[in-house]
Design a protein around this ligand. Structure first.
Ligand code: IVH
Length: 673
């Protein structure tokens, strides 16, 4: 039983101290995890700290500050971005494509500076988008995209969700104003996840991690930014728009000291030869990094020399970007096959005459869909240019030369795996196999279900799932829960130890939270994010199962198409049976119970407009923590409408129905009762 909210001054001081201590502790662990990649506690321990802090803050809304670790995912979706001027121009860099061009650069620098000793700093050039971040009195104040270099867009609320970006600097006496510039990137894994999400929502995929990072930062809803897991690497430290220290190298160190993530792959070089060695070294090693690097940035280390060199209209004369050669190669398309995905989408794949691209042999490339093949004008037998970036599946850039005996590819009318007819719905790019029992679809479904961000069943990979499905041991994801050790031992390459481990992992997944289970069901258009919203809104899987389209649309962000998709999924008897089997297997089909007996017990709230001191999500959490409920639309059952700035049509509706309207202060008063 939670202690009652203190009214006593001594007790509230104690709460203030506990909150401060929790925040320091959480910041420390976020730093270890997101900046240094060296966590010291488990996710569950971290979650407990956050939960405790949220609980205290919900009871003491007056103690919430914008820098609190709970306030990362804050801001409401906005209408657009405000343009802001940079403290000094955010220019681009000139490029060099060969060692000779770098020697020219080195010569120019030496001529212009007439310096006797000249050091360079070599840094990885990460492929994302640049961002300027301002701190006032050590607190995160504002984030601005590069824009046209003079003026960028204020993306503060979105940038706040980037966990590697400190909300408070690690300094006893931080300077009044300070600016860090750096690159916002997405890892390759994050890029692929973002594209899977887009595929589920029938949106065109991002072409590369850079576009995905830009698309994730420049969205109107900060919650989308948050879900993408962006990373900020700092590479410039400015005070009043100028380098803060005397050397770039020292500024990088200072940034790291302040708590920023600074790429450890950097080198202070005494000569151009050392720079070239660094470049050659990373040309090979960069492919092992979890994110993409398209080159090396070389900067004159000493700031006094930088100033002597100055700038052209476009770029500094004291720095240059060496670009690694694009990873492309020509080869022949031997054939085009079709891959069947989890949603039944038939994806054409080009089988290529094996060719080396950037040190890796490539023999397949995705072609996305039949429209893409038409756009490329591609036929089987053609010579094409293929491109590979990092671990991303290689793609065909263009047709170089039509093959002498080329033949057009025709999308099959039937699923190549199960033979069921394929259907292309109006407005969709993909043809789909409509057989929900299709083994190819089943394999993909099981892999999705087991995924790390879904039911998190470790060690259930591709090869294993294929065997389980092909041998008929798994006909549905629920069969995972009835697998026996003997069955597993009958599989190829499966020893006692691995079998035990797999069974243990499967067993552990029974405790997965409701949002993961909903995501795991593989309902079209319902990904991780929507699943979380549904879990929170409905609380019980049975309620979701029984919900009408209108009830579904009442959940945040659920539009007619998603609602329709959920409805028809659960209308299928086979899917109802699946839910039953999962229940039998002991999965948790309900959300963690929310506290009962709070001051708002049984009251339904609707939120509209922007609140000044908290985001909608936070308001929701606070109301729920006090026993209330937040719904999406006003009805006679609504107890209060909380109206912020620029309320929508909900306010009209509330007035019509005679529902009581509260402002933010009114809500806070209710919460503190
Ligand atoms: S320094 C005036 N350092 O590359 C100095 N830029 O092609 C400007 N970039 O706009 C930037 N990694 O977005 C710098 N270590 C690094 C970088 C880097 C990536 C990006 C940055 C810049 C672009 C220029």
């Amino acid at each position: 039983m939670a202690p009652p909210a203190p009214s006593h001054p001594a007790r509230s001081a104690a709460v203030g101290e506990e909150i401060a201590r929790l925040r320091r502790e959480i910041e420390h662990h976020e730093y270890l995890y997101y900046v240094l990649d060296q966590p010291e506690i488990t996710d569950a321990e971290y979650d407990r700290l956050i939960a405790r802090l949220k609980q205290l803050e919900a009871r003491h809304p007056e103690l919430v500050t914008p820098e609190s670790p709970t306030q990362r995912v804050g801001g409401k979706p906005r209408e657009g971005f405000v343009k802001v001027r940079h403290s000094s121009a955010m220019l681009s860099l000139d490029n060099a494509y060969s060692e000779d061009e770098l020697r020219d650069f080195d010569r120019r620098v030496r001529d212009l500076t007439a310096a006797e000793a000249l050091d360079y700093v070599a840094e990885l050039k990460l492929d994302g988008l640049s961002l300027a971040v301002h701190y006032a009195d050590g607190k995160f104040a504002r984030a601005i995209t590069r824009g046209d270099g003079q003026e960028g867009e204020d993306v503060t609320e979105n940038a706040r969700t980037i966990r590697s970006l400190p909300l408070r600097l690690q300094a006893a006496a931080p300077p009044g104003l300070l600016e860090a510039r750096g690159e916002v990137i997405l890892t390759r894994a994050g890029f692929e996840r973002a594209n899977r999400e887009r595929e589920e929502q029938n949106l065109p995929p991002f072409a590369n991690p850079r576009n995905a990072a830009a698309g994730s930062l420049r969205v109107l809803d900060p919650r989308i930014t948050e879900s993408r897991g962006l990373i900020f690497f700092a590479y410039q430290l400015l005070a009043s728009g100028r380098p803060a220290g005397r050397r770039q190298w020292d500024d990088l160190e200072a940034l790291a000291q302040l708590g920023f993530k600074v790429n450890p792959r950097r080198r202070q070089c005494r000569s151009l030869e050392e720079v070239l060695a660094f470049i050659r070294e990373w040309d090979v090693k960069r492919h092992t990094l979890p994110y993409e690097t398209d080159g090396i940035v070389i900067k004159v280390d000493e700031v006094a020399l930088q100033q002597k060199l100055g700038w052209t209209a476009k770029a500094p004369r004291w720095a240059i970007a060496y670009k690694y050669a694009a990873q492309q190669a020509s080869t022949t398309v031997l054939d085009i096959g079709v891959n069947v995905g989890r949603t039944g989408a038939l994806t054409p794949v080009a089988f290529l005459a094996p060719v080396e691209v950037g040190g890796v042999t490539v023999s397949r490339a995705t072609l996305h869909n039949e429209d893409e093949i038409a756009r490329l004008g591609l036929q089987i037998g053609d010579e094409v240019l293929v491109e590979r970036s990092g671990d991303v599946i290689p793609k065909v850039v263009r047709v170089e030369k039509p093959g002498p005996e080329r033949r057009p590819f025709v999308m099959p009318a039937h699923c190549p795996v199960c033979g069921t007819r394929a259907v292309r719905q109006p407005g969709e790019a993909a043809w789909r196999c409509v057989n929900t029992d299709c083994p190819a679809r089943l394999k993909e479904s099981v892999l999705h279900f087991a995924g790390r961000r879904v039911m998190n069943i470790d060690s259930l990979g591709d090869a294993l799932v294929s065997q389980l499905v092909d041998r008929g041991l798994v006909r549905s994801v629920s069969d995972l829960y009835t697998l026996t050790k003997d069955q597993l031992l009958s599989l190829e390459r499966m020893g006692d130890k691995s079998a035990t481990k797999l069974l243990r992992n499967i067993d552990a997944s029974r405790a997965a939270s409701l949002d993961r289970v909903i995501n795991g069901l593989g309902i079209p258009f319902v990904g991780e994010r929507t699943a979380a919203i549904l879990a929170r809104h409905f609380g019980l899987l049975d309620r979701l199962l029984a919900a009408s389209v209108e009830e579904l649309e009442r959940a945040e962000e659920v539009g007619p198409r998603v609602a329709e998709s959920i409805r028809s999924f659960f209308a299928e008897p086979r899917n109802q049976a699946l839910v039953e089997r999962l229940r039998q297997a002991g999965l948790r089909l309900e959300q963690e119970p929310t506290r009962t007996g709070g001051p708002l017990q049984g009251m339904a709230f609707v939120l509209t407009g922007a609140l000044a001191g908290m985001s909608r999500e936070e308001a929701t959490e606070k109301i729920e923590a006090a026993g209330g409920k937040v719904t999406g639309s006003v009805s006679k059952k609504t107890r209060y409408l909380v109206a912020g700035v620029e309320p929508g049509s909900k306010l009209e509706k509330a007035k019509q129905l005679g529902v009581e309207v509260l402002d933010e202060a009114g809500l806070l008063r209710l919460l503190s009762h």
